[in-house]
Design a protein around this ligand. Sequence first.
Ligand code: SF4
Length: 449
Amino acid sequence: MTKNTFHLVSLGCAKNTVDSDSMAQLLLRDGYCAVDDPARASVLIVNTCGFIGPAKEESISVLRELAEGKKQSQILIAAGCLTQRYGSEVAQRVPGIDGVLGTRRWMDIVQVVRELRQAPHPEPLYHLPEEAKTVGRDEQDAMRVSVAGASAYLKIADGCRRPCAFCAIPLIKGTAVSRPLESILEEARRLRDMGVRELILIAQDTTDYGHDLGMKDGLAILLERLTASVPDMDWIRVMYAYPGYVTDRLIDVMASSRQVLPYLDMPLQHAHPKTLYRMRRPSNIDWVHKTLGRMRAKMDNLAIRTTFIVGYPGETDEEFQALIDFVKEIRFDRVGAFQFSFEPGTTSEPLGDPIPAEVKQARYDQLMKLQQGISLQINQSYVGRTLDVLVEGRDKGIAIGRSYRDAPEIDGLVFIEGEARIGDIVPVRITGAMAYDLTGVPAPELIGL
Ligand code: SF4
């Protein structure tokens, strides 16, 4: 085991991935090397997820596995959202943790490692300041990005001020804090110079960008400035929009820009006004119909992704049926779903968790089965058409990539039979469709058109 080495496990969402990569950058800058084999690392770090029950248990089991295999000379740090909320409980449940670092202060990772290596700590070292550091540029200039090949997540804000009753994020991350616009533009230019071709804008709520900076329509303004600042960035993708805040200006920027993809991820969580009201979510479903209608009128190739929760306390058969009818009517390109997870400390806590597990599972299965059919039909409508595909890998002679309709890790893939270089964006004639993925062949005659 080499002295200054670290092994980092990143769990949870894309925002956690960005924090993990930023922590890695700070350690690399401090002279550490990253290693894939935990046995060869002097520092073990798990960037945990604390969003819902199953994610918490996964974080605990990963920590336990590393703690059980840990050598005397190694140190184990539990970081991220789970520790921000349940720092001491995590340390009690996993003997062998040396340091506990909250998600609001991931940028203090080097300081925590130094303190742990300077002197033995019979008890875990807790570093859980409530006050989050601004997500602007500070210490050692760590970028707020996660780069994977030609694609990069770019975090534009952190935290959330929405009142969603089931969600613990505001308890974990605090209220929404936007990054200074110039710092985002500068980072986008650096990514462009690094050869990145797709920028994926992320936050808990991207449509709230800039409100704390006194901006109105901040996301639309950011996109206008980004397209002007990096005109040669091929793709700009927007994730995590909040219903009620997709404005006309935002729609116009998306519709008029060659770079901003006609793709929107907008978690709706449910479709029955009564359920949404109990969730403390925007419950004006007419707004959703009208806004999606306006967007589809301006972008006839718009791809929409959303997320729903089934089994929320009080969800009746009639309310669930309304969700099913809504999904049938809107025909989303992509749907993710969660079964309600009881979260202590959230405003939904007093409602308990009354819906039986088997009912939640049955509703989840019914919803995903319905969407699978819709997704297949929509995919079949692309057979014979041509899509630009960002090539990200090859496997057994097949190139694998994503089209504008596919965000990384959560949407579909395009499998290309033929020559296609990793990192290129190539026109692909679609020859086949599956429930979530497409197959195709390169359409060289269309390159450059
Ligand atoms: S918008 Fe709602 S669900 Fe999303 S992070 Fe904020 S509080 Fe949670």
